[in-house]
Structures are given as structure tokens and as C-alpha cells.
Design a protein around this ligand. Structure first.
Ligand SMILES: C[S@@+](CC[C@H](N)C(=O)[O-])C[C@H]1O[C@@H](n2cnc3c(N)ncnc32)[C@H](O)[C@@H]1O
Length: 234
């Protein structure tokens, strides 16, 4: 499973990666939520625990990767006061089936992983999962996929005597998708401890594509925040 290659690196890099800005911009959008939130692609729970800290809502943290879910459950077990109101779902987003619709669906840094056909089928599923006038909040950036570029280091972190480094390369790039290569390297000085890599597609839908899909699933755009789109179920 490719996810086990990147899971050990995830918190090391993302805690100080996209997470601080997302937390700052997401917090005001969650104001007033009291009852329930569905988080799609909860990952290791970096956003999940923030949602639980900001709101009194019950949270359904959906995460299909067993590796990511293991870290999520480990994080939750270190916050026993949250265990009573966070349910971890192991299904993928398309097969989610809640007992009742939630007040909000939150999806942070997940859309890049969804193939266009999967994404188109997802919006009606989310529309069925959220209450009328409920929120759908997700990360999106304009500009399409990145252009091809050679392998370069993204970031490195020291863990004891070892250095954890992530490198990425964009192999090719089209209208909506690019093929990216990620290298996960652990070294001790000049000695290579381990190196594994993943190659896969990432998707960056244009605004007109996305807005058409969401409108046809019954969503209306609402005011968002930097890097975050907000839609309401009509
Ligand atoms: C980059 S991580 C983001 C995790 C978390 N939201 C965060 O911001 O730290 C993307 C997550 O989406 C999950 N994911 C990918 N495809 C999915 C799908 N079809 N349904 C639900 N989750 C999915 C992955 O397993 C991964 O944990």
C-alpha cells in the first residue's frame, strides 16, 4: 500500500505545512456550528481535533486509508475528552451513509486525490449527507495543475540522528491533471537509511468545471475564505 510510504512523514511536514493557514481561515467559517460535522479525508486528524476544539459538534471523521486512520486514532486516544463525540469512519467518501444529515461537510486537501468522474459522483452524495442550507467547505486553488519540473526537495526535518526529506517532481501536466512523483528519504549524515517513492495523478479542476458540478448537485456558492470555498445546500 503506497499510503504506508508517506504516512510516517505526514505529520512531520503537514503540521507546519498547509495546516496553520487552513486552521486560521477555517475557524471563522465554523462559527455557529453546534450539532454535527462530516470531515471527508480526515487523514491523521490534524484538522479533526481543531474542529472538535472550535465547536461542540459531533464529528464524523471519514478516512479510508488504514495507515492515516491509525495515526488519527492515536491522536484521538491522546485526547480522551474528545472520544465521546468523534466517530471514525473507514469507508471512502462515495459510500458514506449517515443516520441523519450533518450541519456541515469539511474536506481539506482531498480534492486533488479525486478523479474527475469520482468527484462528479461525490457532490450528490455530499448533498444527501448535509441538511438543507448546510455547509460544504473545501480547499481549492485556482490555476490548474503545476507545470512539469525536475525533482526538488520540498522540506527536511530532523528526528534525532535522522533527517526525513520529501522531494517532488511533476512528470507531466495536462488540462486538469498532473502526474507527480514523490520521494520519501531518511538519511543519517551521508548514509541512506531508506528511500521509497510514489507516483500518481493529482487533479486541479478549473472554477467553471467545479461550479457547474456543484450547482447541478444543488449547491449555491456562499462567502468563503483564503484557499477555502464554501457552498450551501439550497
Ligand atoms: C493530504 S491528506 C489530507 C488529510 C487531512 N484532511 C489534512 O488536511 O491533514 C488527503 C486524505 O484524503 C484521503 N482520501 C483520498 N481519497 C479519498 C476518498 N475517495 N474518500 C475519502 N478520503 C479520501 C486520503 O486517504 C488522505 O488521508
Amino acid at each position: 500500500m503506497t499510503d504506508f510510504v508517506c504516512v510516517p512523514f505526514y505529520d512531520l511536514f503537514q503540521e507546519n505545512g498547509h495546516v496553520p493557514a487552513v486552521r486560521a481561515n477555517l475557524l471563522p467559517l465554523m462559527a455557529g456550528l453546534r450539532r454535527s460535522i462530516l470531515e471527508i479525508g480526515a487523514g491523521t486528524g490534524l484538522i479533526t481535533t481543531s474542529l472538535a476544539d472550535w465547536t461542540p459538534a459531533e464529528i464524523f471523521a471519514l478516512e479510508p486509508s488504514a495507515g492515516m486512520r491509525a495515526v488519527l486514532l492515536s491522536r484521538l486516544s491522546s485526547r480522551p475528552e474528545l472520544l465521546g463525540r468523534i466517530t471514525v469512519l473507514s469507508c471512502d467518501a462515495l459510500t458514506v451513509a449517515l443516520d441523519e444529515p450533518v450541519e456541515a461537510v469539511v474536506m481539506i486537501n482531498v480534492m486533488y486525490a479525486l478523479e474527475p468522474d469520482y468527484r462528479k459522483r461525490l457532490w450528490p452524495v455530499l448533498a444527501a449527507s448535509v441538511e438543507t442550507a448546510g455547509l460544504l467547505v473545501f480547499t481549492w486553488r485556482d490555476g490548474g495543475p503545476p507545470e512539469p519540473r525536475p525533482l526538488r526537495e520540498l522540506q527536511a526535518r530532523q528526528v534525532g540522528r535522522h533527517t526525513y526529506t520529501v522531494l517532488s517532481q511533476i512528470l507531466d501536466s495536462g488540462e486538469e491533471a498532473c502526474r507527480a512523483r514523490y520521494v520519501y528519504r531518511i538519511t543519517e549524515g551521508d548514509k541512506l537509511i531508506s528511500e521509497e517513492e510514489i507516483t500518481g495523478y493529482a487533479y486541479f479542476p478549473a472554477w467553471n468545471v467545479l461550479s457547474r458540478e456543484l450547482a447541478s448537485a444543488g449547491f449555491i456558492q456562499a462567502e468563503g475564505a483564503e484557499g477555502l470555498l464554501v457552498w450551501r445546500l439550497a
